[in-house]
Design a protein around this ligand. Structure first.
Ligand SMILES: NC(=O)c1ccc[n+]([C@@H]2O[C@H](COP(=O)([O-])OP(=O)(O)OC[C@H]3O[C@@H](n4cnc5c(N)ncnc54)[C@H](O)[C@@H]3O)[C@@H](O)[C@H]2O)c1
Length: 255
């Protein structure tokens, strides 16, 4: 249990971020939720008795203002979770453009970098803190997500870089890489056959996709003192998607 400790979940209004708020609350954390979607942040905060804040990770002024506001309203942030992201369609490289590249990278990579920087510097000054960034299995290898994936690979690397920078000042930084996770948007797409193959579950070693709370449990573990010796690590929570993909090249795949 992490009684009395404050977790700020950026992008906590929906999906995996909202699951992180619920699971961390159940483990005893106090919760602050920050999101571009103010109504969603409010909904999540109400469900866990926490506080809601507006944030646009594309604005460094907005991130700095949030840091001041959360500290004065709720106290110093013990754990930061960064789950905010936007997604790209299945667009061949020839059909991508600068606008799509900048739009995805601005939220996913630049936003995550600056949220880590602003909150991590405060943690380093205080001499304690834990950061968990949501990366993705698309950052581990080759997928059709030719902008989103490279951005996620960079998030895994920035987590390792920041871990080295601040380890001597008591701040741990790790990432979690989910596989296909059944947040409402993806559950609907999977059911309608949009983008995902009909035998998707059979391609995973565990023969199913990930539930949001399974990602959240990994995030909570890395944020908690139970992971006191872990920094600069990426934890994959993919129900064995990557394992199944490698087996796919042999004897027809998983048996
Ligand atoms: N769901 C999956 O299958 C999956 C798989 C791998 C990785 N991930 C990663 O997990 C994280 C959560 O994904 P999700 O599926 O829950 O997504 P989601 O869309 O349900 O939630 C993302 C949240 O980020 C917020 N957000 C978007 N732009 C923002 C901005 N500019 N400023 C502040 N907040 C902003 C959204 O309002 C939303 O509440 C993301 O980093 C995503 O890349 C998800």
């Amino acid at each position: 249990m992490s009684a009395g400790k404050l977790a700020l979940v950026v992008g906590g209004g929906n999906g995996i971020g909202a699951a992180c708020c619920e699971v961390m609350h159940a483990h005893g954390w106090s919760i602050a939720v920050a999101d571009l979607d103010e109504a969603a942040a409010q909904r999540t905060a109400e469900a866990v008795g926490g506080s809601a804040f507006h944030l646009d990770v594309r604005s460094i002024a907005s991130i700095k203002a949030l840091a001041d506001q959360v500290e004065s309203d709720a106290g110093p942030v013990d754990a930061l979770v960064v789950s905010s992201a936007i997604f790209q369609g299945n667009v061949p490289i020839e059909e991508t453009d600068e606008e799509l590249f900048d739009r995805v990278m601005e939220v996913n990579l630049r936003g995550t970098y600056h949220v880590n920087r602003v909150f991590g510097m405060r943690m380093a000054t205080r001499g304690a803190g834990a950061i968990v960034n949501l990366a993705s299995v698309t950052g581990q290898g080759s997928t059709p997500l030719n902008i989103y994936g490279p951005g996620k690979a960079a998030i895994i690397n920035l987590s390792k870089s920041f871990a080295g920078e601040w380890g001597g000042r008591g701040v741990r930084v790790n990432s979690v890489s989910p596989g296909v996770t059944l947040v409402p948007r993806i559950r609907e797409r999977k059911a309608s056959g949009d983008r995902y193959p009909a035998d998707l579950d059979q391609r995973m070693a565990l023969r199913r996709c990930v539930e949001p709370n399974e990602v959240a449990e990994a995030v909570e573990f890395l944020a908690s003192s139970r992971a006191s010796g872990i920094t600069g690590t990426d934890l994959v929570v993919d129900c064995g998607w990557m394992t199944g993909a490698l087996w796919g090249a042999y004897l027809g795949g998983l048996r």
